[in-house]
Design a protein around this ligand. Structure first.
Ligand SMILES: NC(=O)c1ccc[n+]([C@@H]2O[C@H](COP(=O)([O-])OP(=O)(O)OC[C@H]3O[C@@H](n4cnc5c(N)ncnc54)[C@H](O)[C@@H]3O)[C@@H](O)[C@H]2O)c1
Ligand SMILES: [Zn+2]
Ligand SMILES: [Zn+2]
Length: 389
């Protein structure tokens, strides 16, 4: 089959790879209808995620049709239209039992690297390096879905394919940031990053009852999208001091919940950016953290900060003093999609959340490298490059 493969830093190629086969009684094979690029893939492309090998198929967000079913699969049949959660959960370990699906103890088949990096290994994910299980990714014609009864969800008829696609990762990730960040009725929430993840976090915060939601970015087309499709307020950080603006909008107190949806390649202005960029390139720090620094500084005393943006290693100049003295709660997680997808599909059916506007560019798999160029450089208003294999 055809697939989009990682061939080195900033190098992608469309190649022929072997078709996936059922390997385990709980697997299904899905014929991909749509698969989208994600901010997390940019970290792979730019070389900040360890243990990629030339020829690895990338991509982790997808929906499609079940074409083959393992003998122990109970929930799915050939012909079902499904959306698949990007993280793979076994459904029977302590973590899956506690609804912490991305922390599954059984699905990272290559746990040594992340154990050395982080003390313990999280679960496996499609197309995201040999450190995270070495699973073939979804930018391909077919994908093997392990533990399909837990990771694949039937899509109700009234939800179209493109809308359903984002229930794979962007939407549940955003929802998790608002939910585990502790957003409740009446709260003021600030979200850094107006990409797919930040937009979904903002919408989730509104649906969880937040009174004010402010989304921070510098790209005008994304800020416009936040206003039109999400209904949140915006702050252009290229034109405003974000901390001062948030204080101004919150009677001097600061937001109750700050959600960081930017990650390890954040951009900023001035010496801070040059400092982090140089240190990152010399590998003296792995991640560039200006957005999460700003979130910690802007958060109200006693508030909470949630890291949705991906970080892989060490950061420098992290304001731990502010965290401690302001009594903040800091959390982060890879998405626990299995916990949220059934509820999110219901909300999508009712039209409470718009997702398909994120698919600004729908391309063939052959156009994969060009799609990633557009997405990486945010050219032509690209928010997500979506591929139709
Ligand atoms: N936790 C998870 O499970 C999970 C899942 C999916 C994605 N992610 C991560 O979430 C992050 C966002 O993903 P995405 O697909 O929306 O990516 P994206 O690249 O489309 O969006 C990132 C946005 O952040 C903005 N940005 C950069 N620096 C900023 C700053 N200092 N302040 C405010 N905004 C800034 C950019 O302009 C861009 O619009 C990535 O790090 C991605 O890896 C995490
Ligand atoms: Zn993703
Ligand atoms: Zn598990």
């Amino acid at each position: 089959m055809k697939a989009l493969c990682w061939e080195g830093v900033n190098k992608l190629a469309v190649e022929r790879v072997p078709d996936p086969r059922i390997q385990n009684a709980h697997d299904v094979i899905v014929k991909v209808r749509y698969t989208t690029s994600c901010g997390s893939d940019l970290h792979l492309l730019d070389g900040y995620i360890p243990a990629m090998e030339a020829g690895d198929v990338i991509g982790h967000e997808f929906m499609g049709e079940v074409v083959e079913v393992g003998p122990e699969v109970a929930k799915h049949q050939v012909g079902d239209r499904v959306v698949v959660v990007s993280f793979i959960g076994c459904g029977s370990c302590w973590y899956c039992d506690h609804d912490l699906w991305s922390l599954c103890d059984n699905t990272n088949t290559n746990p040594g690297i992340t154990q050395a990096l982080w003390g313990q290994d999280p679960g496996g994910i499609y197309g995201y390096s040999h450190a995270m299980g070495g699973f073939m990714g979804s930018h391909a014609e077919y994908v093997r879905v392990p533990f399909a009864d837990h990771g694949a969800f039937g899509v109700p008829e009234e939800i179209d394919d493109l809308t359903a696609l984002f229930a794979s990762d962007g939407l549940p990730t955003g929802w998790m940031g608002a939910d585990l960040g502790g957003v409740g009725p009446g709260d003021t929430v600030a979200v850094w990053g107006a990409g797919g993840v930040g937009q979904m976090a903002a919408r989730a915060a509104m649906l969880l009852g937040a009174e004010q939601v402010h989304v921070i970015d510098r790209l005008p087309e994304r800020l416009a999208m936040v206003e039109t499709h999400i209904g949140a307020a915006t702050i252009d950080y290229s034109a405003t001091d974000v901390g001062a603006e948030l204080r101004e909008r919150t009677g001097g107190r600061g937001p109750d919940v700050c959600i960081e949806a930017v990650g390890q390649e954040a951009h900023t202005y001035g010496p801070e950016y040059i400092y982090d960029k140089v240190k990152q390139q010399l590998r003296l720090e792995n991640d560039r953290p200006p957005a999460i620094r700003e979130a910690v500084m802007a958060c109200r005393k006693g508030g909470s900060v949630f890291a949705l943006g991906v970080y892989a290693g060490l950061v420098d100049k992290f304001p731990l003093g502010a965290l401690m003295n302001k009594g903040l709660t800091l959390r982060g997680a890879q998405q626990h999609g299995q916990r949220y997808v059934p509820m999110l599909l219901e909300r999508l059916s009712r039209g409470e959340i718009s997702t398909s506007h994120l698919a600004t560019h729908v391309l063939s798999l052959d156009e994969g490298p060009r799609g990633y160029d557009l997405f990486k450089n945010k050219e032509d208003g690209c928010v997500r490059a979506v591929f139709r294999p």
